[in-house]
Write a protein that binds this ligand. Structure first.
Ligand SMILES: Nc1ncnc2c1ncn2[C@@H]1O[C@H](COP(=O)(O)OP(=O)(O)OP(=O)(O)O)[C@@H](O)[C@H]1O
Length: 421
């Protein structure tokens, strides 16, 4: 049995109206029947465009959102059925790392206080002195100096704050960490460092991860298995390499076709798959296949009426599409246009720029390397690259020099990983 198994999980938020918001007039079908398994010690990457339900699903695993239906079985116990007082014990074993490190750290608490709060609540360490010693060990593991203990979140760079967020999860000795967009608020070079850190910690501590991201490049490197989510449901799931080598679902094909070819010397002959329109509202999802309104291969039969289940294709992929085999064989007509230019209305247009070289997980991409080149020589990660508290740091150091213009619609909003002290 897998360490974490989701079976038909649904999270529907009621839409309330009326003077006292006491009338339910509909539902937001944020997560609508997701089943997946995460093996112990492995990483499951969950990707999909903004609003498809990734965060809601991650929060549902921790019961931070009510589960409308389905089971979340962790280590043999269905968390969805647990009374809240019994859920407490499991909360320690399932931790979450959030996208916005600053927003998730109380600015009025110093790092020791932030990190020891959860430990005290879960009875870890017999007194504060013992907790402090443990925290020092964890800070070293995440690449922060022990003098960070008495400092405050604003004194750290973005990458360091994310290390603090990771440390806060680690002090509780979890089995599973749900990383929700763990690097999307960081510059590209810092992203690689944090991903490397997560991998090192996984190896040394035997952690299991569910990594949620809109950026295909982030999940590619770190994940054993990737699930692609669209409008509340999984449309494809496959081992990471297999998914990148041959996506089967039209939506995954579209996402992949928008990923820039990493080597600028290589002519890109791939056909770009054009997706029309935006993600439909999860409050009013289309009938049948949720993707049919934007699918280039939409057929008159079935697509608009029957929701396809996620089925094993026999070669490691699971795909939710009525016509996977026919699309593969080229025997169904493409009904909507495709073109040279990808206009996928999604942030999931990814770059390979955060990819780090195989074999040395501590490497980070070299600034100034050709855009998105996966084999670009990498510079060694060192926690010292990020500013230590009180130290000056050159902001240029973490400029995302390798990001192609279209790489990530979210990049413009990223908090600069610059000193704030
Ligand atoms: N508490 C809530 N009440 C009502 N609707 C909600 C609530 N939380 C999320 N939603 C809606 O559920 C849908 C899925 O949201 P969710 O945040 O899970 O998506 P996401 O894929 O994680 O997107 P993003 O990457 O932008 O966070 C969205 O339409 C969102 O507006």
């Amino acid at each position: 049995m897998s360490l974490l198994e989701l079976d038909g999980v649904k999270v529907h938020f009621p839409v309330k109206k009326g003077l006292f918001f006491d009338r339910t007039v509909g539902h937001v079908y944020a997560v609508d029947g997701v089943s997946l398994s995460v093996e112990a010690g492995q990483t499951y990457g969950l990707v999909g465009e903004s609003g498809c339900g990734k965060t809601t699903l991650g929060r549902a695993v921790l019961r931070l959102n009510d589960i409308t239906d389905g089971a979340v079985v962790f280590d043999g116990t269905d968390l969805a059925q647990l009374p809240s007082e019994e859920m407490r014990a499991f909360r320690r074993r399932l931790q979450m790392v959030f996208q916005d490190p600053l927003g998730s750290l109380n600015p009025r608490q110093n790092i020791e206080s932030i990190l020891s709060e959860g430990m005290a609540a879960h009875g870890i360490g017999k007194d504060q002195a013992e907790r402090r010693e443990k925290i020092k060990g964890i800070l070293a593991k995440v690449g922060l100096p022990s003098n960070a203990l008495s400092r405050y979140p604003h004194e750290f760079s973005g990458g360091q704050r994310q290390r603090i967020g990771i440390a806060r999860a680690l002090v509780l000795e979890p089995d599973v960490i749900i990383c929700d967009e763990p690097v999307s608020a960081l510059d590209v070079s810092v992203q690689a460092q944090v991903i490397n850190l997560l991998e090192e910690l996984q190896e040394s501590l035997g952690l299991t991860y569910l990594v949620i991201a809109h950026d295909l490049a982030v999940v590619r490197h770190i994940s054993d298995v990737i699930g692609v989510m669209y409008l509340g449901g999984l449309v494809e799931e496959a081992p990471s390499d297999a998914l990148y080598a041959g996506p089967r679902h039209p939506y995954t094909k579209a996402l992949m076709s928008a990923v820039p070819v990493p080597d600028p010397e290589v002519e890109d002959r791939r056909e770009r798959i054009l997706l029309h329109g935006d993600l439909p509202s999860p409050a009013n999802p289309p009938a049948g296949c949720r993707f049919h309104t934007r699918c280039p291969w939409v057929q008159e039969t079935k697509c608009a009426t029957e929701r396809p289940p996620l089925l094993d294709t026999g070669d490691g992929h699971k795909v939710a599409c009525h016509f996977t085999a026919e699309i593969e064989a080229g025997t169904v007509k493409q009904t909507l246009a495709t073109g040279i230019e990808a206009v996928i209305a999604t942030e999931a247009v990814a770059t390979e720029a955060v990819e780090v070289s195989e074999g040395d997980a501590a490497d980070a991409p070299e600034a100034g390397a050709p855009a998105g080149k996966p084999d670009a020589p990498a510079e060694k990660e060192s926690p010292g690259e990020e500013k230590s508290p009180g130290e000056e740091k050159s902001p240029e150091k973490e400029e995302p020099a390798t990001v192609p213009a279209q790489a990530d619609a979210g990049s413009a909003d990223r908090a600069e990983d610059s000193p704030r002290a």
